[in-house]
Design a protein around this ligand. Sequence first.
Ligand SMILES: Cc1cc2nc3c(=O)[nH]c(=O)nc-3n(C[C@H](O)[C@H](O)[C@H](O)COP(=O)(O)O)c2cc1C
Length: 281
Amino acid sequence: MQSNSPSLNPLQRFLQQPNDSTSKTIGVALVLCLVCSVFVSAAAVLLKPLQTQNKLRDFKENILAVAGLEPIVASMGKDYAQLSLLDKFAFIETRIVDLRTGEYAPHIDPTQFDLQQTARDPQTSDVLSKAEDIAGIQRQPHYAPVYVVKTADQVHKVIIPIYGKGLWSTLYGFLSLRASDLRVEGISFYAHKETPGLGGEVDNPNWRAQFVGKSAYDADGVVRLALAKQSTGSELADLHYVDALSGATLTSRGVTQLLQFWLGEQGFAPFLRSQFGQSGT
Ligand SMILES: Cc1cc2nc3c(=O)[nH]c(=O)nc-3n(C[C@H](O)[C@H](O)[C@H](O)COP(=O)(O)O)c2cc1C
């Protein structure tokens, strides 16, 4: 028998087995698995820098979506559409805030900062009591980033990260506030799993546009920005309320709660008070 010939090496002996033999079938399957896994692993490793770059780009695009830079850029005689992402981001300064004191935390490098990691780490976050945890996020991070929209002579806006539970998912987004009076300049959610057409309407530009000009706080500094079924017809509603999403009471409640949390004392209120004289109109 040729397959048992001592002159053949193990590979030749393997290849000479009939194609329908069990050992050859298993052997070929194993080799195929090995080749595929090497291919997939190599692709994952090689594409990692590109993925990280794209993630960062996407993150920056989401901040720019609420930054409202167009009028600022236009007032400088430039065309916003012609600017690169880097040029646009030159108007935005990322800083880390200590949420417990409301002061900047200059010892933390914003480029290395990860909010979700900070919120998970028991060293850099505190468990929220049930009464405090209105946004359903379990832990309050000690630190969080803010994105300050500024030109050489003026701070125009401050953008804060916001997140909290909706019906099916945690919604992650940004809220932009005018520095002079803390009126809303824009809101966007860049990640959530609410139902398209129901809770997913948080992405609808027409709904998001209703936030622009609403006041986050009342004259006593109480957080008033909220979603409501009756969003017009009274002074309180006209100043602070946005239409609740129809057929999505639970997502709407979640959005109100996360706004109340991040604009409140456990969130950015101490920072907004100390840096921008948090006040309502
Ligand atoms: C398939 C399905 C998906 C739903 N998705 C959402 C959602 O994303 N957000 C939400 O608040 N309610 C959602 N609801 C509806 C809630 O279950 C609940 O009925 C609703 O929040 C009540 O809102 P309403 O009082 O405005 O009718 C969904 C219901 C179904 C059947």
